[in-house]
Design a protein around this ligand. Structure first.
Ligand SMILES: Nc1ncnc2c1ncn2[C@@H]1O[C@H](COP(=O)(O)OP(=O)(O)OP(=O)(O)O)[C@@H](O)[C@H]1O
Length: 322
């Protein structure tokens, strides 16, 4: 565990990536992300957690300038002075995809794809790009990297392919990595290995990591801060360890209580009752109110705004009144 002094240390003042009032809407006018603001600091791991449909993936895609067709965004996303995220992609901000097989081209050897990524940002000779590709495969623990560089994605195992896409994402030493459920396609044992490789490579290039995940164990082990999202909004944002052990927002508490490892032996597993609303079916007031045991009349009419409390941001009327 980190010492108390380190945990209480103020956050670095300079944001690498600044997101302000991010809104993502679809053609029918429904908003899936509704006024989200947060910063990513240099070298930190920020995890985004929350149930399905909370808007985590859309937020991650917005950072990469890769929103799905038909989606529009407002608000600002600034990566150290630039707002042209599509131009920054691959050099200053890079995606670690969830599905390595579809992220890699099936018709080119993996080494060629890595070398092409190098040459897309710096005009180095082919031979040097090739050598960097092999070195990158070695760094992520791919055995016999010279030979493997000549192989095609289908000749790699699932775990090796995921390592190869981590090599691809980090080969140009970006400032920020965005990983959206990077290990869901893998079994539990490979999941841990791949997350470890991601953590090592992130550290090696000194990048910050925005990690979208359902795996709260991974958050515990790898994240500095956690952003809990519900129905397209920020519910709680703070140091990961404190958010996970002493949640302040009722939603975060419910989410944690519903995990099998937090069940009291002999008692029925507590679950978070109900399901989250869809963007076209939001209740009035706080979107969590219909599922919240603490909800009052105010919660059912007025949506809470994030406020600072105990070194975190919390959006909950109950906490304002506490
Ligand atoms: N292309 C789209 N058209 C319409 N609605 C969409 C589209 N993509 C996402 N949505 C809706 O936006 C909401 C947020 O989606 P998003 O994928 O960001 O959620 P998420 O938190 O990442 O969920 P999961 O954990 O299941 O990946 C969901 O209700 C989803 O149905």
């Amino acid at each position: 565990m980190k010492p108390e002094a380190a945990r209480e240390a103020p956050l670095p003042p300079e944001a690498l990536l600044s997101v302000r009032d991010l809104r993502i809407a679809f053609a029918d006018g429904t908003e899936a992300v509704r006024g989200l603001s947060f910063d990513v600091h240099p070298g930190e791991v920020l995890a985004i957690v929350g149930e399905s449909g909370a808007g985590k993936s859309l937020t991650a895609r917005a950072l990469l300038g890769m929103l799905p067709r038909g989606a529009t965004r407002s608000g600002s996303i600034e990566l150290q002075g630039t707002t042209d995220l599509a131009a920054a992609r691959g050099r200053r901000i890079a995606l670690v995809p969830q599905d390595a097989l579809s992220a890699l081209s099936p018709v080119h050897p993996v080494g060629d794809q890595l070398a092409a990524a190098v040459r897309s940002v710096s005009r180095v000779p082919r031979k040097e790009a090739r050598a960097r590709a092999v070195a990158a495969l070695e760094r992520v623990g791919i055995p016999d990297a010279v030979r493997k560089a000549r192989a095609y994605p289908h000749e790699y195992s699932g775990g090796m392919r995921q390592r190869a896409v981590i090599a691809m994402a980090t080969i140009n030493e970006p400032d920020v990595l965005v990983a959206d459920e990077p290990t869901t396609a893998l079994d539990e044992e490979r999941r841990d290995q791949v997350l470890k490789v991601l953590a090592e490579q992130r550290e090696a290039v000194g990048a910050a990591l925005l990690l979208v995940t359902h795996d709260l164990d991974a958050v515990r082990r790898h994240a500095d801060r956690a952003l809990v999202m519900y129905a397209g909004r920020l519910t709680e944002l703070g140091p990961a360890e404190r958010v996970l052990t002493r949640p302040l927002a009722p939603y975060t508490a419910g989410l944690l209580a519903s995990l099998p490892q937090n069940a009291t032996p002999g008692r029925r597993l507590p679950t978070l009752p109900g399901t989250p609303p869809t963007p076209d079916g939001l209740p009035p007031g706080c979107a969590f109110a219909p599922r919240c045991t603490l909800a009052t009349g105010r919660c059912r009419h007025e949506e809470p705004e994030p406020r600072e409390l105990d070194g975190r941001l919390i959006a909950c009327h109950h906490r304002e009144e506490a």
